[in-house]
Design a protein around this ligand. Structure first.
Ligand SMILES: [Zn+2]
Length: 218
């Protein structure tokens, strides 16, 4: 079989120096070499991190008691048609009004490209998805919603955005890096680790561009 899509990595690198949510030290991953060639004939590493580190998938259990976990994930929920929306002009919250200007189809995984993709340090004023935007995407019947911040909402006390999406089994990707990705349609692959019973997992998120569109700036 032959295919000629262009593969784009939209994942954060995991390191001890990486951006972590609200710069909390307890969220920082630890990477330890547990065997090396000085004492052994093999090289091995142990990594300790929270499941919401870097680019990751949130399952309903994250916010909804008794919600679905990774055990319930169908791979066609994270290997699927996707659309990147360019919302880089927006400050603050993405609302229903912003999204109503875009063509959004049912069963697409929608990725929100904002000015967050151009920042490498944690910004306490990051662009987020407001509840009205989440309700709109739910009404549109999307499969999932991704954003280029480590959170999809910012200090909403009742987690309205998370609840609106996850209660309807609309999955959430956080920590995407979309600076080099033009608005358009892609194949998304964002497969989590298969860890029993958990509410989230880091993913290696990739887009495949089958459109033959010119890449930006190269
Ligand atoms: Zn999360």
């Amino acid at each position: 079989m032959q295919w000629n899509g262009r593969i784009m990595d939209i994942s954060m690198e995991i390191s001890e120096e990486m951006m972590v949510y609200k710069n909390r030290e307890e969220n920082r991953p630890r990477i330890q070499v547990t065997r090396d060639f000085i004492e052994s004939s093999a090289y091995e590493t142990t990594v300790t991190f929270g499941m919401h580190t870097g680019t990751h998938l949130d399952m309903p259990l994250h916010i909804i008691p008794e919600g679905n976990t990774l055990d319930d994930l169908k791979l066609n929920q994270v290997i699927c048609a996707c659309k990147v929306l360019d919302l880089t002009k927006i400050e603050g919250g993405i609302t229903r009004k912003h999204l109503a200007e875009k063509d959004i189809q049912p069963d697409q995984f929608i990725l929100l490209k904002t000015r967050n993709s151009f920042q490498d340090a944690f910004d306490f004023e990051f662009v987020y998805l407001e509840k009205s935007g989440a309700v709109y995407l739910k009404e549109k019947g999307v499969k999932g919603v991704g954003i280029d911040a480590l959170g999809i909402e910012r200090d909403q006390p009742d987690h309205d955005t998370h609840k609106t999406l996850l209660a309807n089994n609309i999955l959430i990707l956080e920590g995407l890096r979309l600076a080099d990705v033009p608005e358009g349609e892609y194949l998304l692959m964002a497969v989590p680790l298969k860890i029993k019973g958990t509410e989230a997992s880091p993913v290696r998120a990739v887009l495949v561009d089958f459109s033959n569109r010119e890449s930006e700036g190269s």
